[in-house]
Design a protein. Structure first.
Length: 398
């Protein structure tokens, strides 16, 4: 396979659910050698997250792809010694323990940079390494609540709504991979000096939610829930089709809004003064939704999507996972790909997250069993078979 842009770099992943592992997965997808460290007895809690088939964890196959796996107890003195030796060979370490945990084990930034001044240490927590909330347990749900996301999500007369998946963690994991790449670039330009990246779950999703704090500071306004509508444009909603499917449309551009209204048989509203901006159209969302929703309700999903495409209007069907797997565009562009696996034969999973013309990423192998690479990785540090057996007997290694 072609080499990725991070080929030649070594990443140590000592993180668990979910942002840290995703960060390390992305780095591995683009060529980095990733070494996944798990607890030697309990394994990584990500192995028990999500669905399994015949006892084989399915999410693990994707989130731990391209990662050599070792079982190592960092909290034991002998394990900390192994970890420091391994850290001396690394370019990036990704961890998501509570602030102070690595320091308590004697493997904090000071010790890590003493053995490897060029190391990039990506520290992912709920609220950061400092501040009043730094010691709090941090989970994506809390970030989704505090970021403003839950407050703005849901029906106007309903409760705040949380996502049914790891939204804050995923946004943070993608952001952390970008931060790691920036730190590696900075190391290249500042004489090889590494640094600590303080990444938290809250800030990336705050940015994704939008400029609410700016609006409040400037105008004293606080956003409210509008269901699937937007305060910035209309028509914008989900609509049920004749065959009991759903579609979503967006009219962020004025020309798209005009095309939609012509398509559904109401060109007269285009000449209304309030139709000239998205914000004013949003104030007439009830009227526009009745017009658009009524037209859609009389047609099947296939008929609606085809008509919108022919009119040059923006639409997408509301997909399930099955719909994604069967979609012709997803298939043609290989957004999903199958990977050979010793346990499951072939595993369908998300492909690398973006395409690069000269240094494309790749999936070299799916997630592996606990301790599958311990002897190789730790043996490379100079430990012989007798020492490995002793460490394994003391449950320092798996």
């Amino acid at each position: 396979m072609p080499e990725g842009p991070l080929t030649g770099l070594r990443v140590i992943d000592v993180s668990t659910i979910l942002a840290g592992p995703l960060c390390a997965q992305i780095l591995g997808d683009f060529g980095a050698e990733v070494i996944k460290i798990e607890h030697p007895v309990a394994g990584d809690s990500m192995r028990g997250h999500g669905r399994a088939k015949d006892g084989v964890p399915l999410w693990w196959k994707e989130i731990s792809r391209n990662k050599r796996t070792i079982g190592l107890s960092l909290s034991s003195p002998a394990g900390a010694e192994v970890f420091l030796k391994l850290a001396a060979t690394a370019d990036v370490i990704v961890e998501n323990f509570r602030p102070g945990t690595l320091e308590r084990w004697g493997v904090g930034p000071e010790q890590l940079h003493a053995v490897n001044p060029g190391l990039v240490l990506v520290r992912i927590t709920g609220f950061g390494q400092t501040g009043p909330y730094s010691k709090r347990p941090g989970f994506g749900t809390l970030a989704e609540a505090m970021s403003g996301f839950a407050h703005l999500t849901g029906q106007a007369d309903g409760p705040p709504t949380l996502p049914a998946f790891g939204l804050a963690d995923s946004i943070c994991g993608i952001a952390a991979s970008s931060a790691a790449a920036m730190a590696l670039l900075a190391r290249h330009t500042n004489g090889g000096k590494g640094q600590v990246v303080d990444m938290n779950l809250l800030e990336p999703i705050m940015a994704a939610v939008g400029p609410g704090p700016t609006v409040f500071q400037q105008l004293g306004e606080v956003g409210t829930r509008h269901g699937n509508r937007s305060t910035n444009n209309a028509p914008r909603n989900t609509y049920r089709t004749k065959d009991d499917s759903w579609v979503a449309i967006s009219t962020s551009a004025q020309v798209i809004a005009e095309r939609v209204m012509r398509l559904v048989g109401h060109p007269e509203v285009i000449d209304e003064p309030w139709f000239r901006s998205g914000g004013e159209r949003a104030e007439h969302a009830d009227l526009l939704d009745d017009m658009v929703g009524g037209w859609i309700a009389e047609r099947t999903r296939e008929e609606v999507v085809q008509a919108f495409e022919e009119a040059g209007a923006a639409i997408a069907p509301i997909y399930t996972a099955q719909d994604l797997v069967e979609d012709e565009h997803v298939r043609a562009t290989e957004m999903l790909t199958t990977v050979p696996d010793d346990d499951l034969g072939e595993v369908l999973m998300h492909n690398v997250m973006w395409r690069m013309s000269e240094t494309p990423g790749s999936i070299r192998f799916p997630g592996r069993g606990l301790g599958a690479d311990t002897d190789d990785v730790v043996g490379e540090l100079g430990y012989d078979a007798e020492e490995l057996a002793d460490l394994r007997a003391r449950q320092v290694l798996a």
